[in-house]
Ligand binder design. Structure first.
Ligand code: GLU
Length: 280
């Protein structure tokens, strides 16, 4: 029983991955999430998306908590920590496996690199998997094989549609805009897509606020929600930040780390003005 179970109204979340410092893009998205929760008298939770032990670092968890406070973005404790919730993801994965929604993929990194073209420039999105490990029929083994990656079998040709609260009508076609995506990793950990969907439901999130670079992930996650019988969620995708030439501000640009801006003597109000100028 979590302290949030009694909440019936708006429930939002901040979901940073502690793999680097928060940058201006996070600040923009988190500010929108904070304002939307506040305007609706809702709660805003913080979820530390640290499922990847190789990339996650405690120093970035400490930094994000400090940076959020400096940005005046308040959230409702306790922080939800994904690395402590692995049993929940595993249970969801097993349900997908038994229902025939996932299949083992034996492709090596090298296979994937050869088969896939470079990701599209203006998103961080992964290329479409060509389905070479898809089972020939749906009666494949539904027993969990350890040490193997598993992919979600997307319904090719199906349009996944939703009305985004910020960007309006969206439609992505399974098999074209995105392919069979990873749900379970061979090291025994869930993918971002699976952990995110399971947690959004478990935390009773009513609206997901995140960057527009994750629009296709939203489509993937809607398919996962359906397969798992989880309730739908509303979405508000924030526009990507651009410079004065309309070029996207690169995500991993150190100069745009909230911390760097602070060390340069900027105030949180200055950062807010920078965000407003870049959200055109
Ligand atoms: N952890 C993800 C990121 O930092 C965001 C996940 C989400 O908002 O769903 O990119």
């Amino acid at each position: 029983m979590s302290p949030f179970d009694a909440q019936t109204g708006y429930m939002g979340r901040l979901a940073p991955s502690p793999t680097g410092l928060l940058h201006l893009g996070h600040a923009a998205t988190f500010r929108a999430a904070y304002e939307r929760a506040r305007e609706r008298d809702g709660l805003l939770l913080l979820r530390n998306e640290d499922v990847d032990p190789q990339r996650s670092k405690q120093e970035f968890v400490d930094a994000m908590i400090e940076d959020l406070a400096w940005l005046d973005i308040a959230w409702e404790p306790p922080m939800v920590v994904q690395s402590q919730r692995l049993a929940l993801y595993r249970e969801a994965f097993e349900r997908l496996l038994v229902a025939g929604h996932v299949y083992p993929c034996m492709c090596s990194r090298k296979d994937l690199a050869q088969m896939m073209q470079a990701p599209h420039e203006d998103t961080d999105d992964e290329p479409v998997y060509d389905g070479r490990c898809r089972p020939a029929d749906s009666a494949g083994s539904r027993a969990l094989q350890p040490g193997v990656n598993y992919r979600f079998l997307v319904p090719d040709g199906e349009a996944v549609r939703f009305v985004d609260k910020n960007l309006g009508s969206q439609a992505f076609t399974a098999g074209t805009d995105f392919g069979d995506f990873l749900v379970w990793r061979k090291d025994g950990l869930p993918s971002y897509q699976l952990a995110c969907v399971v947690d959004d439901a478990a935390m009773r999130i009513t609206e997901v606020v995140r960057g527009a670079d994750l629009l296709k992930s939203t489509a993937r996650q809607m398919l996962l929600q359906r397969a798992l019988g989880l309730p739908p969620v509303a979405y508000f995708h924030t526009r990507l930040l651009v410079d004065e030439h309309g070029v996207r501000l690169a995500k991993r640009h150190d100069a745009l780390a909230v911390r760097t801006l602070r060390q340069q003597g900027l105030s949180s109000d200055d950062v807010r003005r920078m965000i407003d100028a870049a959200l055109r």
